[in-house]
Design a protein around this ligand. Structure first.
Ligand code: C2E
Ligand code: MG
Ligand code: MG
Ligand code: MG
Length: 281
């Protein structure tokens, strides 16, 4: 009897595993299909200087729009795209599309914007990444300084020697590098000074309650002061209201990004937003 039950449990476990595996394969096929049929798109969120509130850049954020379905946010498909390696061709599409968009805005008279693009660990292991990015910059008539690449702390800390190598190559091309979600990983501060970066993005988990939580305020203040000592700028993520804005201004944060200013927008809406903002500020 007990034996029979055990077998049933194993069968149940087995069929669940199969189900999960089948689900992964289905999603993987759908992601390939989405890339092939142009069902990915980018939204763009503006970044502002703290002093003067000038728009100086936008961050490209990936979206998946399956036909006749709701738009899928990145946290629902990027992990699988990373597991399967599909993030490499998807990421290459992101780089080229974001730079093409920056060039289109420029020809439409919307200039003075830098494009920030998120990179996955997989992409940093690609030896041809610098060449691929360089080619795309050139094809769209842009300069390396028009581009900033964002990598998270954990990605930057993984396999430090080869990561520093490739990041240095990109920096030497003139591309700016930022550490994303700073403060949530385990970066050693001594390692930070070895990275060829120009900015830290203070994670939004510290920004959220910065005005009411003394610990978050202290961490933010220390991060900003450390960054400035190392000659880096700080971008605050997730600025949602005037209280956070006030506190970050007081702490000397350099750049701000968040719903307080704008949500990530489709390209035409971003162009309208920048025009309106510049006309009224
Ligand atoms: P991230 O790079 O840290 O991007 C910032 C995220 O915070 C975005 O979420 C943005 O919509 C959200 N956000 C911006 N302002 C606020 C705010 O005021 N409040 C709150 N609560 N959230 C805010 P999104 O677009 O869902 O992207 C999530 C993550 O997906 C990104 O985090 C990034 O890690 C990843 N991702 C997005 N696009 C790409 C891509 O093209 N390639 C790769 N590898 N990863 C990407
Ligand atoms: Mg980012
Ligand atoms: Mg971030
Ligand atoms: Mg974040």
């Amino acid at each position: 009897h007990a034996k029979g039950e055990g077998r049933n449990n194993i069968q149940l476990f087995d069929s669940r595993l199969n189900e999960a595996a089948a689900m992964r394969v289905r999603t993987e096929t759908r992601l390939r299909d989405a890339l092939e049929h142009g069902h990915f798109l980018l939204h763009y969120q503006p970044q502002f200087t703290t002093i003067g509130e000038h728009i100086v850049g936008v961050e490209a954020l990936l979206r998946w729009q399956p036909p006749d379905e709701e738009m899928v946010p990145p946290n629902q498909f990027i992990p699988l795209a990373e597991d399967t390696g599909l993030i490499v061709p998807i990421g290459a599409w992101v780089i080229d599309e974001a730079l093409a968009q920056l060039a289109r805005w420029r020809s439409a008279g919307i200039d003075g914007l830098r494009m920030s693009i998120n990179l996955s660990a997989h992409q940093l292991r690609l030896r041809e990444l610098p060449r691929l990015i360089g080619r795309s910059i050139e094809q769209h008539g842009l300069q390396p300084a028009d581009l900033e690449l964002e990598v998270t702390e954990s990605v930057a800390m993984r396999d430090p020697e080869s990561t520093i190598g490739i990041l240095t190559q990109l920096r030497d091309m003139g591309i700016a590098l930022a550490i994303d979600d700073f403060g949530t990983g385990y970066s050693s501060l001594s390692y930070l000074k070895l990275l060829p970066i120009s900015r830290l993005k203070l994670d939004r988990s510290f920004v959220h309650d910065i005005e009411s939580n003394p610990n978050d305020a202290a961490i933010s203040a220390a991060t900003i002061s450390l960054a400035h000592t190392l000659g880096l700028e700080v971008v605050a993520e997730g600025v949602e209201g005037p209280a956070q804005l006030g506190m970050l201004t007081q702490l000397g944060c350099d750049l701000l990004q968040g719903y307080h200013f704008s949500r990530p927008l489709a390209a035409p809406a971003l162009a309208d937003f920048v025009r309106d903002w510049r006309a009224s500020h």
